[in-house]
Design a protein around this ligand. Sequence first.
Ligand SMILES: *Cc1c(COP(=O)(O)O)cnc(C)c1O
Length: 371
Amino acid sequence: MVHGCKGYDPTTGAVSFPIYQSATFRHPGLHQTTGYDYSRLQNPTREELENTLANLENGKHGFAFSSGMAAVSTVLSLFSPGQHLIVSDDLYGGTYRIFEEIYKRYGLEFSYVDSSRIKEVEQCFKDNTAAVFIETPSNPTMKVSDIAAITELAGSRGALTIIDNTFLTPYYQRPLELGADIVLHSGTKYLGGHNDTLAGFIVVNDDDLAERIKLVQKSEGAVLAPFDSWLILRGIKTLGLRVEKQQQNAIRIAEWLNSHPKVDKVYYVGLPDHEAYELSKKQASGFGSMISFAVKDAALVEQVLERVQVVIFAESLGGVESLITYPMVQTHAAIPEEMRERIGVNDKLLRLSVGIEAAEDLIADLEQALK
Ligand SMILES: *Cc1c(COP(=O)(O)O)cnc(C)c1O
């Protein structure tokens, strides 16, 4: 994390990897290249970041995109009309939207399932199933799917396994090591870590998959800019420190919320009474710092969102600042009401991304907001 891949500029010794703010590169002569020709194809700063992420995920090939959604879109364009994907039913709303409103029009089929129930996943397979796409822990109800069991099942049916690893980051969970084929990230969240830039990533091991992804990346051009690549490289240097502190805070806050009289239910993977506590410990080395909680009275929601002062009422997650969101009207607005209600995204549910502030300050803030 601290030293990246090359880590420094070999030509000058600069310990901060330079921002190569150039669209194009001078050819030394006819049929000659420095290895860089045009920044949509490759740029040294982006390449350093892509290699760093590949190393962190223990994968072979990394790709950086202008947002998490650009990375999701790139993965979807690997498939052909008539192919079927099995998908977690508790998903980031933008991912649901791109499936339903964009890629369905291009002939892909999607089945939504509670991917924490392997039997139900198994029942969704069809002759044309090409992939299983999951988020674990899921967003926002923190369900945990068994990555090794799903990759084994998918592999036996000739389907790829795609894991959105945004919530835990490679610091806590490395799906490729558990057999997954494709790892995805919104780098906007923990990897960048400062709520100051958008980014997305794909990491794979397979050379053939990597070639197909590279073709889409350079053809569609949703690549991460050099400066934004540098911001994420800088963010990654402190990833370990940040997520450790965020997790410490999250454990304290989850326990505190769990005993609060106005809180009905707390969804946090790190609480020992979470149904997948043991599975989490088996497949990840940490629980992360995303907490959702349902208040007993829906009228409290507006009060909390208006009263918080240290915690910021804003979309997104993973940064040093604690953020609170109302999934039903924000991140998950694109999901139909019937499906939202079934998974528990209702008018009482709030989602908290715990930052690195002092835990006492966060608890005092939530206390006054819930009064
Ligand atoms: C935010 C998010 C995305 C989308 O990423 P952007 O960087 O906002 O485009 C995808 N998946 C998950 C789990 C996310 O939290």
